[in-house]
Design a protein around this ligand. Structure first.
Ligand SMILES: Nc1nc2c(ncn2[C@@H]2O[C@H](COP(=O)(O)OP(=O)(O)OP(=O)(O)O)[C@@H](O)[C@H]2O)c(=O)[nH]1
Length: 206
């Protein structure tokens, strides 16, 4: 298949600082995990992904961490087909940011329904809980229950998954590939077969 015949899909990865956005993307693209933390400015990666027998040329934009005051960068809204919104299961604040970011995208794009997957990252830290219980130290690292993540996603008609960039290799249920498959599924649900540009009702004055 030539590059031209691939379906291009642009996916933006957004969320608070240090939730593991870059680690998720790096694990998916390069199959490795880095323990050290280097704040991201912005990076774009490409990968060809086959989903339901169709090959997609995915451009994944790893963005800088957001807070409630960060304005949505227009480059993270215009021409974007789908979103991966990441919180860490160990940070309640990062979970609260998901609705804020989602609402900013909806406001900017002027459409009420955007293709989106909500991701609870660092799910391996939940396993540390078990170790703590066994050693009777009883301190959980989890601050956000899976059911809360699922409920938030449902309320916004988004997909939801928990994952771990750290354990993606050793635990298939934490695969980072599944995140991007879910995102493609959300995009395809809302895309007509002839449509190449993402849906937006925003009027732009150039
Ligand atoms: N235990 C664990 N640590 C993780 C995981 N993903 C990321 N981390 C760690 O969390 C820290 C932040 O990860 P990054 O991927 O740089 O986070 P980010 O969201 O891209 O951060 P910004 O660039 O500030 O937006 C790093 O020290 C990572 O090693 C994970 O799945 N499990």
């Amino acid at each position: 298949m030539t590059g031209d015949s691939l379906k291009k899909r642009k996916i933006a990865v957004l969320g608070s600082r240090s939730v593991g956005k870059s680690s998720l993307v790096k694990q998916f693209i390069e199959n490795h995990f880095v323990e050290s933390y280097y704040p991201t400015i912005e990076s774009t990666f490409s990968k060809s992904v086959t989903y339901k027998g169709v090959e997609y040329d995915c451009h994944i934009i790893d963005t800088a961490g957001q807070d409630e005051y960060s304005p949505l960068n227009s480059q993270h809204a215009i021409g974007i087909h789908g979103y991966v919104l990441v919180y860490s299961i160990t940070s309640r604040n990062s979970f609260n940011m998901i609705q804020i970011v989602y609402d900013k995208i909806v406001d900017f794009c002027g459409v009420s329904d955007i293709p989106c997957v909500v991701v609870g990252s660092k799910a391996d830290l939940q396993q540390r809980f078990v170790i703590h219980v066994l050693t009777a130290t009883l301190s959980s690292s989890r601050q956000v229950d899976a059911s809360e993540g699922e409920k938030l996603a449902q309320a916004n008609k988004a997909a939801w998954i928990e994952t771990s960039a750290k354990n993606a290799f050793t635990d298939a249920s934490m695969s980072t590939g599944k995140v991007f498959e879910l995102c493609l599924a959300e995009i395809e649900k809302r895309t007509s077969p002839t449509q190449t540009e993402p849906q937006t009702s925003r009027c732009l004055i150039m």
